[in-house]
Write a protein that binds this ligand. Structure first.
Ligand code: ATP
Length: 433
C-alpha cells in the first residue's frame, strides 16, 4: 500500500485534502491523473451497466433529501456503529471490529459501547433548529427508491428493469483509513434492479456473476477476487441475502462491492411513510404488487484503489528497476504519450507536437520532452500509459514513428498515415470503450 500511496502523490493521482493545512480526517483529492482514472472507472461501469443493457435507466438524484426518507429507510434509527473509547489513551474504536477486550494501542480499559449514528447532519435554510435538520445521504440507493414510480412510468418500463446511479455518499465513519478504502466522503455506483417476487433468487445470482466478471474484465487478477456470502447474523435488517465481492487488499480480504437482495423492504417502507402507492401494475398478468429489489452496490473510490493496487508491479529490466502500472487501456488516464527523441531539435519537436495535436482529437494524449527518452518511458510506465510514440530524426524523412507498448516494451515502426488506426485497433474495445 505504501508504494501505491507514494506513487499516487508523486505522480499526481491522489493528494491529501487540505494538505497545506495539515490535512483533514481521511479525505482525499484526486489529482489530474487520478481524476481521469476514477472517471474512466465510472464510465466503464456506466457504459456496461446502462448503455449496453436494454433493461436499465440512469438517474442523478440530489444528495439532500426529505428527512423522512431516512426515517422510513431505517437509517435514523439503525445506521449506527457501536463506539468505545479507551479510558487511558482516549482513542476511539468501532467495538465490533475489535479482536481484544482491551485497547490495542495501550492496553487500557474501554468505556461501555455507545451507538453512534454515521449520518452527517446539517440544516436546510437559515434557522438551525431541529425542524431544519437534513442529512447528507449515506447511500445513493434511497434516491432511486423514491423515484421508482417516476422512472417506471415516464420510461414505460415493465419488470424486470433497473435504475443505476453514480454519486457521492457521506458516512461519519469512526475509523476511516487504509488510504481511500474507507473515507467519510466517497462515491457509490449503485443499481436497484426491480423484479417480480419469486424471481429474486435467480436475479440475485445473475447480478453476483455479472458484477464479479466486471472487475476481472477490467484487469483484476482472478486470484485477488473472491465472493463471500453473508452469514444470517451479518445481514442488514432489510436483506434476505447478501454477497460481497472481496478484493485481496494489502490489509487482507475486504469488501469491494455488496450485492444484496433487499426484498420489497424499501418500497414498502416508503409507501407507508409517504402514503403514496409505490406498487407496480403488471398489465400482462393484470396484477398489482410491490417489486423485489436486487442491489449491486459498489464504491467508485474502492474500485479505483483496487485497480491501482492490482496494476502496480516492479520489474527488473537490464539491471534496472522498472515500476509499471499495468492498467487496462480503458482505465489508463493517458492513452498515448508522444515523445521527441531529441528535445533540442526544433524540427523534431514541431513534428512531435503536431502528431500529439492530431492524436488528441481521438485519444487522451500527452506530449512530453522534459527528459531523456529512457526517463520519459519510465515516467509513462509508472502512470500506466499503454503506448508511447517516439519521434526521431528518421521520422522527418520516412514519415514514420516508433510505437512502444507498455507491458511487452516491444516496438513497432508505424507510418504516420497508419498511426491513428494502429492505436485505435489496440486501444478501443469492441464495447466502444
Ligand atoms: P463496510 O462494511 O466496508 O463499511 P458497507 O457494507 O457498510 O461497507 P455498503 O453499505 O454495502 O458498505 O456500501 C456499498 C459500497 O460502498 C461498499 O462495498 C464500498 O465499496 C463503498 N463504501 C461504503 N462505505 C465506504 C467508505 N466509508 N469509504 C469508501 N467506500 C465505501
Amino acid at each position: 500500500m505504501d508504494k501505491v500511496v507514494s506513487l499516487c502523490k508523486r505522480r499526481g493521482f491522489i493528494f491529501q485534502n487540505s494538505e497545506i493545512y495539515g490535512g483533514v480526517g481521511s479525505t482525499w483529492d484526486y489529482g489530474p491523473l487520478g481524476a481521469e482514472l476514477k472517471r474512466n472507472v465510472k464510465e466503464a461501469w456506466w457504459r456496461e451497466m446502462v448503455y449496453q443493457r436494454e433493461d436499465m435507466e440512469g438517474l442523478d438524484a440530489a444528495i439532500l433529501m426529505h428527512p423522512q426518507v431516512w426515517v422510513a429507510s431505517g437509517h435514523v434509527q439503525g445506521f449506527t456503529d457501536p463506539l468505545v473509547d479507551c479510558k487511558s489513551c482516549k482513542k476511539r474504536f468501532k467495538a465490533d471490529s475489535l479482536q481484544t477486550a482491551r485497547c490495542p494501542e495501550c492496553g487500557g480499559e474501554f468505556t461501555e459501547a455507545r451507538q453512534f449514528n454515521l449520518m452527517f447532519k446539517t440544516f436546510m435554510g437559515p434557522v438551525e433548529d431541529e425542524a431544519a435538520v437534513v442529512y447528507l445521504r449515506p447511500e445513493t440507493a434511497q434516491g432511486i427508491f423514491t423515484n421508482f414510480v417516476n422512472v417506471q412510468t415516464t420510461m414505460r418500463r415493465r419488470l424486470p428493469f433497473g435504475i443505476a446511479q453514480i454519486g457521492k455518499a457521506f458516512r461519519n465513519e469512526i475509523t476511516p483509513g487504509n488510504f481511500t478504502f474507507r473515507t467519510r466522503e466517497f462515491e457509490q455506483m449503485e443499481i436497484e434492479y426491480f423484479v417480480e417476487p419469486g424471481t429474486d433468487q435467480h436475479w440475485h445470482e445473475y447480478w453476483v456473476q455479472e458484477r464479479f466478471q466486471w472487475y476481472s474484465k477490467y484487469g483484476i487478477e482472478k486470484d485477488n477476487l473472491r465472493l463471500r456470502e453473508h452469514g444470517p447474523d451479518e445481514l442488514a435488517h432489510y436483506a434476505k441475502g447478501c454477497y460481497d465481492i472481496e478484493y485481496l487488499f494489502p490489509m487482507g480480504w475486504s469488501e469491494l462491492e455488496g450485492i444484496a437482495n433487499r426484498t420489497d423492504f424499501d418500497l414498502k417502507q416508503h409507501a407507508q411513510y409517504s402514503r403514496k402507492d409505490l406498487s407496480f401494475f403488471d398489465d400482462l398478468q393484470k396484477e398489482r404488487f410491490i417489486p423485489y429489489v436486487i442491489e449491486p452496490s459498489a464504491g467508485a473510490d474502492r474500485a479505483t484503489l483496487a485497480f491501482l493496487l492490482d496494476a502496480y508491479r516492479e520489474e527488473e529490466v537490464r539491471g534496472e528497476k522498472r515500476v509499471v502500472l499495468g492498467l487496462h487501456p480503458t482505465l489508463a488516464p493517458i492513452k498515448v504519450a508522444v515523445l521527441p527523441l531529441l528535445r533540442n531539435r526544433p524540427d523534431l519537436v514541431e513534428l512531435a507536437r503536431s502528431i500529439a495535436r492530431d492524436l488528441r482529437r481521438q485519444f487522451v494524449t500527452r506530449y512530453d520532452d522534459t527528459g531523456s527518452i529512457g526517463r520519459l518511458y519510465r515516467r509513462q510506465d509508472e502512470i500506466g500509459t499503454p503506448y508511447c510514440v517516439t519521434v526521431d530524426v528518421q521520422s522527418l524523412t520516412d514519415h514514420a514513428v516508433t510505437v512502444r507498448e507498455r507491458d511487452s516494451m516491444l516496438q513497432d515502426r508505424i507510418s504516420l498515415e497508419g498511426l491513428e488506426t494502429y492505436l485505435l485497433e489496440r486501444l478501443c474495445g469492441r464495447d466502444g470503450s
